[in-house]
Design a protein. Structure first.
Length: 152
């Protein structure tokens, strides 16, 4: 799996008045599976100050960078698209709630709505019970093409 990197420039991460910490967004796309992370390095680039699921934190330093902001939007929607705990109907139901509940409450809420297990989504030949397996959410063709264009 090949990683790709978008170097954003340097930021004043420590509040020293100097932009001396390199920032970047890194992503992988393989067989329709998408993962993204971000990083901010110390001034000597010997270690990172922050790394991992901080794309929102890093992109906030670059509000005028349209590509970084678009990457942020796609990260929020599609990161780890092969690790979905709910069927499409279960996700839609939970997304319509004011706050996404924790696992046990989500199971109860979905059961009350007749969606746990989800009779309209079979997994291994049985109606899918929320959180019983990781499901893959396929990337739409336009999103897939956009992510691929970042590497060009």
């Amino acid at each position: 799996m090949r990683e790709h990197r978008y170097d954003l420039g340097k930021v004043d991460y420590n509040g020293s008045g100097r932009r001396n910490c390199k920032a970047a967004i890194t992503w992988r796309l393989e067989d329709g599976l998408f993962a993204m992370c971000a990083e901010i390095w110390n001034p000597r680039e010997t270690d990172v100050y922050t790394f991992g699921q901080c794309v929102d934190t890093v992109a906030a330093y670059f509000p005028e960078d349209a590509k970084a902001q678009r990457m942020l939007a796609i990260w929020r929607e599609w990161h780890l698209n092969d690790m979905q705990a709910g069927s499409p109907a279960q996700r839609a139901y939970l997304e319509a709630l004011p706050v996404w509940p924790q696992y046990e409450e989500a199971c109860r809420v979905l059961a009350d709505a007749g969606l746990n297990p989800d009779p309209g989504y079979l997994h291994n030949g049985k109606p899918y019970a929320y959180g019983s397996a990781w499901l893959k959410r396929d990337l739409p063709a336009d999103v897939l093409a956009e992510i691929e264009s970042w590497s060009a």
